[in-house]
Design a protein around this ligand. Structure first.
Ligand code: BEZ
Length: 397
């Protein structure tokens, strides 16, 4: 266990309470402490991990899986001192696969807690099923606003898309001399990000030149949309794309020749992790906002990067990795304090976890159960032959 991991699990039950919990669990009373659904035997907990193992967001799922596994490895496979069984299911590319996989984890596998989910439309449906069954759902990526609304069973370790979209509006309005075109995939995440961006961008005096929503998962040719951008006379382009779509979009944007004349802005997913290497020089100069960059210069982040690279075949951690690592950290803190391993007890304990140490910097849940956190302005630069999301400054709005 690294020193950072030890600090991350540094809050433990007061000694007397710990003994009491131990005694109750030894007496087989663990389950009787809670009243809700969800399997939990007092000293063991079953977690359903729902992540994409296929489709446009497959690489995001891989990063999240690595982050989750690293935290568990650093804590001997235990959270809150309890043995953890992880049941994995493939979220697929969208709700058609993901919702059924989530239902299987809840009903067949009877998990005590559900963690993960990348795609917002999938997450919104899974949330309903989880809340109905009183199973806590720790959303480790999907950013739709309505996911985290203060419901006692839903907690999010990632971001809210309208907030993230809004974080770049003022900067773009102040940096670009002229109207800006907006583009995103045609589903919840794309619409909410664009709406958040437009709100702060227009409030800061910016003009929108036009907008396009591209079919999610089936768009392979962006030329018709890029032609519209050119014809609109836009002086910059704001987009939301992630995973496989981010790679194709940035390559085609550069090939179309817009790279020189129409600067590109986006939430950080556009250039995060493996997609940046695949985009290559086409991504240089792209400006993004996100709550994490592996360029954050703190001892905690350096230690995390080293441990992650050792555990994940040399890969560099991404925001997705950190979100899943922090989901495990939040659950660790909650299970340390919970008076049972049933869903209701865990949900209650999640409401008082307090500050969560993290490679992004310590953070806490806000009143809606979103992370209260800083977003950074980042720029892709070629640093001695390696492409990096260099942090330019924290964004205050
Ligand atoms: C979403 O659907 O909420 C989402 C997907 C990929 C990256 C970020 C957000």
């Amino acid at each position: 266990m690294t020193a950072f991991a030890r600090r991350a699990s540094g809050r433990h039950l007061p000694f007397a309470a710990g003994l009491m919990a131990l005694a109750l669990s030894a007496a087989g009373c663990g389950d009787s402490l809670g009243s809700g659904s969800g399997a939990g035997s007092g000293d063991a907990v079953t977690v359903g991990l729902l992540l994409p193992e296929s489709g446009v967001y497959e690489s995001l799922g891989k990063d999240m899986s690595c982050g989750w596994d690293l935290y568990l490895d650093e804590h001997d496979g235990k959270l809150g001192g309890k043995d953890v069984t992880v049941v994995r299911a493939d979220e697929g590319e969208g709700p058609d696969v993901g919702v059924e996989a989530g239902n299987k984890l809840l009903t067949q596998d009877q998990v005590s807690v559900l963690v993960g989910v990348v795609h917002s439309a999938t997450a919104l449906a899974v949330k309903e099923a989880a809340v109905q069954r009183k199973v806590p759902f720790i959303v480790a990526n999907a950013g739709a606003q309505d996911l985290a609304d203060g419901s006692e069973y839903v907690w999010r370790t990632s971001f809210s898309l309208p907030h993230l979209g809004g974080s770049l509006g003022k900067h773009v309005a102040e940096s670009v001399d002229g109207p800006v075109y907006v583009m995103a995939p045609d589903y919840t995440a794309g619409h909410e990000t664009v709406q958040g961006f437009r709100e702060t961008f227009e409030a800061a005096g910016g003009d929108v030149a036009g907008e396009s929503f591209t079919p999610f998962g089936t768009t392979s040719n962006w030329q018709p949309y890029l032609s519209k951008v050119k014809a609109s006379g836009a002086k910059a382009l704001y987009v939301f794309y992630a995973g496989g779509e981010a790679v194709k979009f940035v390559q085609q944007y550069a090939k179309f020749g817009l790279g020189q004349s129409v600067p590109l802005y986006s939430p950080g997913f556009l250039t995060e992790g493996g997609v940046l290497a695949a985009q290559g020089q086409a991504a240089v100069g792209v400006q993004t906002s996100l709550h994490y960059s592996n360029a954050i210069d703190t001892p905690e982040n350096a230690e995390f990067i080293e441990a992650y690279q050792a555990a994940c075949e040399g890969a560099v951690p991404t925001a997705y990795s950190v979100q899943a690592y922090d989901a495990a950290a939040a659950l660790d803190l909650a299970l340390t304090e919970a008076d049972g391993t049933d869903g209701e007890s865990i949900a209650r304990a999640l409401s008082s976890v307090g500050e969560i140490p993290s490679p992004r910097g310590a953070w806490s849940f806000d009143e809606n159960h979103n992370p209260d956190q800083v977003y950074y302005l980042r720029e892709v630069r070629n640093e001695g032959g390696t492409l990096a999301n260099v942090i330019v400054e924290p964004l205050t709005d």
